[in-house]
Structure formats: C-alpha cells, structure tokens
Write a protein that binds this ligand. Sequence first.
Ligand SMILES: C[S@@+](CC[C@H](N)C(=O)[O-])C[C@H]1O[C@@H](n2cnc3c(N)ncnc32)[C@H](O)[C@@H]1O
Length: 334
Amino acid sequence: MTQQFDDTGDGPLPAASSEAVSFHHVPVMCAEVLDALMEAPAGVVLDATVGGGGHAEAVLTARPDLSVLGLDRDDAALAATGERLARFGDRVILHRSAFGDLSAAMDAVGVERISGFLFDLGVSSPQLDHADRGFSYREAGPLDMRMDRRQQLTAAEVVNEYDEDDLARVLRWYADERHARRIARTVVAARPVADTAELAELVRSAIPAPARRRGGHPAKRTFQAIRIEVNGELDQLAGAVDEAIRRLVPGGRGAVLSYHSGEDRIVKHQFDRAATGGCACPPRLPCACGAQPLVVMARRAGRTPGEAEAEANPRAASARLRTVERVERPVEAA
Ligand SMILES: C[S@@+](CC[C@H](N)C(=O)[O-])C[C@H]1O[C@@H](n2cnc3c(N)ncnc32)[C@H](O)[C@@H]1O
C-alpha cells in the first residue's frame, strides 16, 4: 500500500472516487524529465505536483533505488495516484499539501533530504476536463477553479466581486492579456456572471473581432489568469523551489516544468540565484564576495518538447524544462 496523508492531520485521504479513477493525464516531456533525474543518487525524489502520477510512475519504474514523496493539493489527484502507484508499495508516500508548505509537508512525513525534485506546474488534464471543477472555457461549469476545494477563494469571487481595476490587473499580470481593460469592463457590467460558459462568452464579446481569430480560444488567457489568482500559483513558487534546492543532497537533481512566461521567469531567477550563490560581483571578474553556488544548471536556456510531442499533446506545446544539479557542499541548518 502507498502511504497517504492529509495536511490537516485528520488521517488518511478518502478512497478513490469515480472522478479519481477516471483521472488521465499524459506526462509532459517524460523522457527529458527522466533523463534529468537519472543521475540522482539513490534516495527520495520529491514530486511536488504529483497529479496523476505519470512522471512519478516513470521514475519509480526506471530507478528501483528511488522512492517518491508525492505532494498535491487536489484530493482527487492524490486518490487516483494512490491507485496508480499502489504496486510500488512503501516506495511511495503521498501527502496532501500545497508546495508552498513544502517544509512542513516534508517534516510531517519525516523526509529531511531529497535526491531529486520535480515541479510540473499548472493544472492537470482531468482538472480541465471535469466541467464541474470550473477550469474549462469550453464547457459550462461553476465558477470554481480551486485545486484545493477546501479553500475559500473561488473564481466566482474574482469574477463577481473584484473591482474593475483589480480584475484588469489579474488579466494583465497573469496572462499578458492585451485586452484586459475591455474584458474587465465587460465582465463588471454583466454581473452577476453565472458560470464558465457565460464568462467565456463575455470575454469573446469583449475582444475585437480581428484579435478573436488569432491565438486559440479568446477566453484561454482570461481563464488562465483567474485560475492563477484563485490558486495563488505564482506566490508559492520561488520559496518552494529554494526550499527544494536546499534539501537536495550533493549530486541531487532538480527539474521544473513550466507552461507560461510568468512561471518560467520565477524558475529561471531562482535557479540563477542558486547557481551564482547570489554573487553580485561585476561580470567577467573573479568573484570576490564569497558567494557560494548551490547548484550548476544543465542548460541555461532549458529544454522544450520535440515537435512530435508538441503536436500530439497540446498541453506540452508551451512547456519549458529547467534542470539543476546540487553541488558538493554541506547544507547549513535552515
Ligand atoms: C501538471 S499537473 C502534474 C501532472 C503529473 N506530473 C503527472 O504526470 O500526472 C499539476 C498538478 O499540480 C497540482 N498543483 C498545482 N499547484 C500546486 C501547489 N501549489 N501545490 C501542490 N500541488 C499543486 C495540481 O493540483 C495538479 O494536480
């Protein structure tokens, strides 16, 4: 049996529901992720966004000397993953937690150091596909979009209660939406917005006709931005990546898959900082400030999926994988 825990401390997670059993998510850039983690020393790999367990399963299969600590804040994902990874027995620990609480989550399950980590950011296909989760602009569903359905803030509050300025700011910051102001004005004027279908239609009507014909579904960016706001997705990332690097053993490997520029900027910045140790010396001069690099970066620009994968799996098309290797240096206490 996989070991499953809930961050409330209230005991095991509920058994897999039909929603969990039908959980299907194709892991993105799986070969490249495996490649990155293949040289990790034996031990525990943290999968900070275990989702449907596709990457975790690949790691457990390829490396019998690794076990996986899988976190997710979505109970349906964890229940499904528990079933999928059951055959690996006690090589798998699943814990319901946001990766923003990484340190507490690792302490709760008694894992101090890790051999590797993976963050595969954003939403999973089942979250998008189940209309009742409210993530989809293609089908009618409630304005929800919570990954953790215990949290208070829902998309309904963002859509129906944020003032026009705040709504426009969310759309600009989290999706670079060029028509943020027009969309925000249209939404505010139409309140109360009842569901995702009405929201998608309002966004479509707010965008000028020529722009509607470019770049996929007109509501795609608005839904992405609201989802990021509801789940505080970018707020947790920098601290969690830092903590995961800090917990890596020497020679340990880390990988982050991001899907839009806001996420990737944060990952690149944290990796750069860890790779320079925060060195502020002038470029091209030897370091005189005593900064100590924690990692080396495998490829500065990261990796993107091959053409075949990007074509076969639309979710993969915008993916960027960045990886690091922890250098031989003792870790100070936190
Ligand atoms: C892209 S999916 C991961 C898919 C997974 N790699 C697989 O192969 O099935 C992202 C998952 O991360 C979870 N997630 C997103 N943000 C999170 C956070 N801050 N803390 C914990 N889980 C998070 C989502 O609930 C979702 O299940």
